[in-house]
Ligand binder design. Structure first.
Ligand SMILES: Nc1ncnc2c1ncn2[C@@H]1O[C@H](COP(=O)(O)OP(=O)(O)OP(=O)(O)O)[C@@H](O)[C@H]1O
Ligand SMILES: *[C@@H]1O[C@H](CO)[C@@H](O)[C@H](O)[C@H]1NC(C)=O
Ligand SMILES: *[C@@H]1O[C@H](CO)[C@@H](O)[C@H](O)[C@H]1NC(C)=O
Ligand SMILES: *[C@@H]1O[C@H](CO)[C@@H](O)[C@H](O)[C@H]1NC(C)=O
Ligand SMILES: *[C@@H]1O[C@H](CO)[C@@H](O)[C@H](O)[C@H]1NC(C)=O
Ligand SMILES: *[C@@H]1O[C@H](CO)[C@@H](O)[C@H](O)[C@H]1NC(C)=O
Ligand SMILES: *[C@@H]1O[C@H](CO)[C@@H](O)[C@H](O)[C@H]1NC(C)=O
Ligand SMILES: [Mg+2]
Length: 676
């Protein structure tokens, strides 16, 4: 800023133009002190040269090479107070230029890109205040007689300008100050440079205070608010410059580079701030080839951020879904035919819909389903498991169990492994589990004695098959009424294999999750955690007594004490009133010999000492009448110990814990039971 006088090159074409074209008389009086253009559509501007108002609503000062464009508000503004409005010191105020403020939104777009910084788009845009819209009167030498005040957005190197991207204040061609284009951040006062020819929409504020004679010029990108600190500030009394009503407008020119100069909105106020421009309502610039790469520069980071967020969400979802992803490992290949795809099971059970729920047991939930391809009705048991330890052995056992074939055994069709869940697929038993008949749930009819005795024989036969007839000894571990299922012929079948094994596998006794059900669990199991065929016999004994009497093996007494069914039957045996204990729902219609046999055999199987229990082979023989039951004497020493021994068999903690779980399935009996 050397204050040297110079003649802006755009003066010449301006004058040339004006001398060639008659400018309509700058008709009209300054009738108002403010105006606002939110876009220029349908607006009357006094235009010269290439200046056009486009249908989109923006003012286009130039659009190509070697062009000039000028546009003025059609009415002159009363920059000087008339004596009539002067109040305090009329003579002085009449001379003073009133405070004024103007703001405009613009964009400068170079349509050709070049690395030659010396040849940027043109002269830029100049906001001018001149006495006449007829510019032919201007003195080309830039003398004081021009009476021109201007704020330039210069994109070209002129004499006296330090660079080609600056903002300057000029009086009659003399620079009052100039600054590299940019703005000061409100937060930290840091300077942020802007490129005028970037094609970005920017905004300029020009403020003059008539009292202090200070001129401020502020620049900011749209839609940023006006920064508090002006880019440029100068002190100059405009009273000598603006001598009367004057016109305000824009001037622009290009030379070697094809440049488009746009003004999108403009407002002005005298003795008041320029009316606020609603940036959102301004016309939109047409998309340009140059702007597309610009758009990409802005859009690309946004798009990539959105993409990254999307991917992160996907990963989270997939990881969540991973829990439902089927697990398959190499060792499972040999079990291939028994592995049922999760997809099929989902389809079969309608995504484990509640309406397909058959029941909830100790280890999981059971759903009814129809396999998609074979249309076989199945029961799918969903078991949650935490550790994969022993899983291989367990699956091997499941698969070997799948090879069991017996008319009193629920066929295990296959399995499916998820991360935290194991799905076991069994044949569907249309008549449900026996417990529902015994206790009259689901409006099931009371089973006749003949049916009950058949069920007893069937289960005995199934257990005998498991223990002795098959190629290896299979211990069921969880014989009880709810695991006895009835097929469509009311034929009893043993269900739920192997799970007890899964839960007992390889754990220390102290923390063992003892699978089984209170009253069905042989006392030695709670002590040692070891199951054997004879523990199944114990459970079978409890089952026998339950089916015959219609009472649960352990019932909670009125004072929270435990009534062992064995004790009750034992008392009746001592009083020779055994038939009184037979299920009252049979209304006396039963075969007394068979009932007598069932009760005594039940007691025999419930012997606290495993070695004194019969084997399943013997049980079969007793039931078939092939051999007669040994006499059970009420005074028999080992039986007199029965109830105490059995009570002692459970540790008190286990019993209280289990009974609070409603006398049902024990499932997990653990000092550290984690609940289920
Ligand atoms: N194969 C099947 N066909 C038809 N219904 C079944 C089948 N398996 C189980 N159910 C039903 O689902 C219910 C829940 O079975 P689940 O085995 O989970 O519990 P539970 O037998 O009561 O206890 P536990 O977990 O100790 O075996 C059963 O009571 C039975 O009514
Ligand atoms: C513009 O100014 C020139 C010279 O000052 C004058 O000859 C011309 O008539 C003016 N035009 C109008 C429209 O006032
Ligand atoms: C403009 O002002 C002049 C005198 O100052 C007056 O003669 C003329 O009628 C006014 N025109 C309008 C449009 O107000
Ligand atoms: C106006 O102000 C000037 C100086 O401030 C003073 O000399 C002059 O007398 C004042 N005029 C009136 C009319 O108050
Ligand atoms: C233009 O300015 C020059 C000097 O700067 C002066 O000699 C000349 O008279 C002026 N012309 C007009 C028309 O004001
Ligand atoms: C110019 O900017 C300065 C500093 O922010 C401020 O104090 C002053 O009031 C401004 N003047 C005008 C006319 O806006
Ligand atoms: C200028 O001074 C007058 C009188 O003191 C005051 O009313 C007015 O608001 C001031 N204008 C500005 C822009 O500060
Ligand atoms: Mg079960």
């Amino acid at each position: 800023m050397n204050g040297k006088k110079y003649v802006p090159t755009w003066y010449f074409p301006l004058l040339l133009y004006c001398s060639l074209h008659l400018i309509p008389a700058a008709a009209g009086n300054a009738t108002d002190d403010e105006f606002i253009y939110t876009g220029f559509a349908d607006k009357e501007l006094t235009r010269f040269g290439n200046a056009r108002i486009m249908p989109e609503g923006f003012l286009m000062l130039t659009n190509g090479k070697s062009q000039r464009g000028h546009a003025f508000h059609p009415l002159p503004m009363m920059f000087r107070r008339t004596s009539a409005t002067a109040t305090t010191n009329g003579t002085e105020n009449a001379k003073a230029v009133r405070s004024f403020s103007s703001t405009f939104v613009f964009a400068i777009v170079t349509t050709t890109t070049t690395d030659d910084t010396q040849q940027q788009g043109g002269q830029g845009i100049v906001l001018v205040v001149v006495p006449k819209a007829n510019l032919s009167d201007f003195n080309t030498s830039g003398s004081a007689s021009d009476h021109m005040f201007s704020v330039e957005l210069d994109t070209n190197i002129d004499s006296g300008d330090s660079n080609n991207n600056h903002v300057g204040i000029n009086i009659d061609g003399e620079s009052l100050g100039e600054k590299k284009a940019g703005y000061y951040e409100d937060t930290n006062g840091q300077f942020c440079g802007l490129s005028l020819v970037s094609g970005n929409v920017m905004r300029v504020w020009v403020d003059y205070n008539g009292n202090t004679t200070q001129v401020n010029v502020t620049l900011a990108p749209v839609p940023m608010n006006k920064p508090a600190k002006p880019l440029l500030s100068a002190r100059h009394d405009l009273s000598s410059v603006i001598v009367g009503d004057s016109y305000i407008g824009f001037s622009s020119s290009t030379d070697t580079l094809s440049t488009v100069h746009y003004v999108l909105g403009w407002s002005f106020g005298l003795d008041m701030p320029a009316p606020a421009i609603d940036v959102a309502k301004l016309p939109k610039l047409p998309t340009r080839s140059g702007s597309q790469s610009k758009t990409m520069v802005i859009a690309l980071p946004i798009v990539s951020v959105v993409l990254v967020i999307f991917i992160v969400i996907c990963v989270i979802l997939v990881r969540k879904r991973y829990n439902y992803v089927e697990l398959r490992e190499d060792w499972e290949v040999e079990f291939g035919p028994h592995r049922i795809p999760y997809k099929d099971l989902c389809q079969a059970t309608q995504r484990f819909k509640n309406t397909n729920l058959l029941g909830v047991g100790g280890f999981g939930t059971v759903y009814k389903g129809v396999l998609p391809k074979s249309h076989v009705e199945v029961a799918v048991k969903k078991v949650s498991h935490q550790s994969r330890q022993g899983m291989k052995e367990f699956i091997a056992e499941v698969v070997s169990i799948g090879r069991l074939r017996h008319r009193n055994i629920v066929q295990l069709l296959g399995y499916c492994r998820l991360k935290d869940e194991l799905l076991l697929v069994y044949d569907y038993m249309p008549n449900g589990s026996l417990d529902k008949y015994l206790y009259g749930h689901d409006n099931k009819p009371v089973l006749s004695w003949a049916q009950r005795f058949l069920i007893i024989k069937g289960i005995a036969s199934g257990l005998y098959y498991l223990h002795e007839e098959w190629e290896q000894v299979v211990v069921h571990r969880d014989i009880k009424a709810s695991n006895v299922l009835l097929d469509n012929e009311m034929n009893a079948r043993i269900g739920d294999f192997g799970l007890a094994k899964l839960y007992n596998h390889g754990t220390e006794l102290q923390t063992t999750i003892i699978a089984g059900t209170l009253g069905y669990l042989a006392p030695e199991v709670t002590r040692t955690g070891k199951a054997s065929p004879l523990t199944d016999v114990f459970s079978f004994g409890a089952f026998l007594l339950e089916v015959t009497t219609g009472r649960k093996p352990v019932e909670q007494g009125t004072e929270g004490d435990l009534n062992m069914l064995v004790d009750v039957i034992f008392e009746h045996l001592a009083r020779d009133s055994l038939m009184d204990v037979v299920d009252a729902r049979l209304q006396g219609e039963f075969n007394a010999d068979e009932a007598n046999l069932a009760l005594k055999l039940g007691l025999l199987c419930s012997h606290p000492l495993p070695n004194l229990r019969p084997s399943m082979r013997q049980v079969m023989q007793y039931l078939d009448g092939q051999s007669s039951l040994p006499e059970i004497m009420p005074s028999h020493t080992s039986f007199s110990m029965l109830s105490t021994a059995q009570s002692q068999g459970y540790d008190s903690y286990v019993i209280s814990k289990t009974l609070s779980a409603s006398m049902g399935s024990v499932g997990q009996l653990s000092s550290f039971s984690s609940g289920r």
